[in-house]
Design a protein around this ligand. Structure first.
Ligand SMILES: [Zn+2]
Length: 132
């Protein structure tokens, strides 16, 4: 079942095919990067000329409306939304630090964390409790 990822501002679809496309800025340079829609997969496709090294802070923005996707709740994170054909929807919250593997899928029912750095107690932090 295909999950659609959306910009939370313009609701444009960010994964027209398989990969998620985000505009990415780092140290004054800008590129379109492709991300895996699979939670926990941190493989990124970037132009050869756009080098990122671990620890670089990047700014993600929507490739459609150009608005900043930085989370208002935590400025070290970015947020997009998702929905499934089954009617589930929620937010994906992920780190803005390159190489920092921390991702949360947040719905009204639960918070699921992915990535080796996702060790914070995100449950209270996001104001949503786990299912059980
Ligand atoms: Zn947008």
């Amino acid at each position: 079942m295909k999950r659609n990822y959306h910009c939370p501002k313009c609701y444009g679809i960010l994964n027209p095919n398989v990969k998620i496309i985000l505009k990415t800025e780092c140290s004054g340079r800008t590129a379109l990067l492709l991300f895996s829609p699979q939670p926990g997969n941190y493989g990124v496709i970037a132009p050869e000329s756009f080098h990122l090294k671990k620890g670089d802070e990047v700014r993600f923005s929507c490739p459609i409306c150009a608005r900043d996707l930085t989370s208002k709740r935590d400025h070290s994170m970015a947020e997009i939304t998702f929905s499934t054909p089954g009617g589930h929807s929620g937010r994906v919250v992920f780190s803005r630090i390159y190489g920092h593997e921390e991702t949360y899928f947040v719905t009204t029912e639960e918070v699921r964390s992915f990535g080796k750095h996702a060790d914070r107690d995100g449950l209270n932090f996001w104001g949503v409790g786990p299912r059980d």
